[in-house]
Design a protein around this ligand. Structure first.
Ligand SMILES: Cc1ncc(COP(=O)(O)O)c(C=O)c1O
Length: 422
């Protein structure tokens, strides 16, 4: 790809596309060609590009203050450069608290099947996508998996609402198996993104939160995809009754104009590192050379201003409803098994047989996405993540999408689904 403007991209051959992926992996939330971000970054680079977080810099402090106003109850902001690093920092907090406060216990982190948490070894060790892990073991110890929350393929063979939310309750069985004094935290994508766009049912996090409180387990929300407006609220967890202890985020923080990620913690988590002033080691001894780089913080500040001033959360909600409704209208088309989504994060699961729900082969999804690209619309898909279940087409346009953009995306999807089935 060579250049972009708003929702549109141009490739090296001069072909134009409507981008329904926000930069391929759900990053460019405010769209391409934002001069105000580039100019703010340029001015900051000339003023002072960098000073390490040991002293900090003004854009860091300003962005941290702004972000904590969007995260009620969560006001300690640590910056790094990627989603994986942000999650590693969260795990380091859990492990350090285990060392300091629980006699070296409570260090195990639970993660959910089908969730993705990153490419580094710790993040991959806590990723519930087998094909992403293959060949990269041995994995780090101290992680354990809980079942996914996809109703269409309920791991317990039940149907909502008569299911008692067994998928969430199963977390307690895993805690009992691992030992309640060993489990220190549980990490969730509020809405599973790359694992197939799976919004859990409304009560899901009530159950999860209750189990966390009962067993003194910290709740970590990985908002790397959902954060910064993607689902129509600032953060995905804000659709639910959830009060996380740690929130991580990356992609939309500066809409990928600059690399920046965040690990945000509550005052209670922060305080764990403060209450032994006699021990010079009792602080969160973490460092990230480029984390908190002044120019990246400037980009994040301007990105946040754009989302607020242009009311992009509201646009995301309205356009997201239009997109999801249009996709649901395709339920009777060949191979359409399930349609899911929230805000501008939507997925359509394709099956060979609507009764047995046997998934189509990944090559079929590649065909659908290829047909869409031929029609000038870029869509995404589950990509070598879940053995036998890479059968989901993803649509996640920028938060600036208009009605015409959404209708054009829907029209291309419909044509592609019909063509692929011929
Ligand atoms: C939910 C989630 N967490 C973490 C990551 C890792 O982020 P990064 O690729 O910036 O390390 C990703 C990347 O796609 C993600 O989708």
């Amino acid at each position: 790809m060579v250049e972009g403007d708003g929702m549109r991209l141009r490739d090296i051959n001069g072909r134009e596309y409507l981008d329904a992926t926000s930069g391929g992996v759900w990053c460019v939330n405010v769209g391409y060609g934002r001069k105000s971000i580039a100019e703010a970054v340029c001015a900051q680079m000339i003023k002072m590009p960098y000073y390490a977080a040991s002293a900090g810099n003004v854009p860091y402090a300003e962005f941290a203050a702004k972000l904590s106003s969007l995260l009620p109850g969560i006001n300690r902001i640590y910056l790094s450069n990627s989603g994986s690093e942000a999650n590693e920092k969260a795990y380091k907090m859990v492990r350090a608290i285990g060392h300091m406060k629980h006699n070296g216990k409570k260090k195990t982190v639970l993660y959910r099947n089908r969730d993705y948490h990153g490419t580094t070894i710790g993040a991959l060790s806590s990723t519930g996508q087998q094909e992403r892990r293959e060949w990269f073991g041995p994995f780090a110890p101290g992680f354990a998996e809980i079942p996914h929350a996809c109703c269409y393929r309920c791991p317990f063979g039940k149907t909502y609402p008569g299911c008692d939310i067994d998928c969430a309750k199963a977390m307690e069985d895993v805690i009992q198996r691992e030992g309640p004094d060993e489990v220190g935290a549980a990490i969730f994508e509020p809405i599973t993104a790359g694992g197939g766009v799976i919004p859990p049912v409304a009560e899901y996090y009530d159950v999860i939160q209750g189990i966390c409180r009962k067993h003194g387990v910290l709740l970590i929300m990985d908002e790397v995809v959902c954060g910064m407006g993607r689902t129509g609220k600032w953060f995905g967890y804000q659709h639910y009754n959830a009060s996380p202890d740690i929130v991580t985020m990356a992609k939309g923080v500066a809409s990928a104009y600059m690399p920046i990620s965040v690990t945000a913690a509550t005052e209670q988590v922060f305080a764990q590192f403060l209450n032994d002033p006699g021990d010079p080691m009792a602080y969160f001894r973490d460092i990230s050379t480029f984390g908190g780089c002044a120019a990246a913080c400037t980009a994040a500040l301007e990105n946040t201003r754009i989302i607020e001033d242009e009311k992009l959360l509201e646009n995301c909600r309205v356009m997201g409803e239009r997109l999801l409704a249009g996709m649901k209208d395709m339920a009777d088309l060949p191979k359409v098994g399930d349609v899911r989504g929230r805000g501008l994060l939507c997925g359509i699961e394709l099956v060979e047989d609507k009764k047995t729900k046997a998934p189509v082969h990944e090559s079929y999804v590649i065909k659908v996405v290829g047909e869409m690209a031929a029609l000038g619309v870029l869509a995404g898909r589950t990509n070598r993540s879940l053995p036998g279940h890479n059968n989901i087409v993803n649509l996640a346009p920028a938060l600036i999408a208009t009605k015409d953009d959404i209708d054009a995306i829907l029209a291309a999807l419909k044509t592609a689904l019909l063509k692929a089935a011929q």
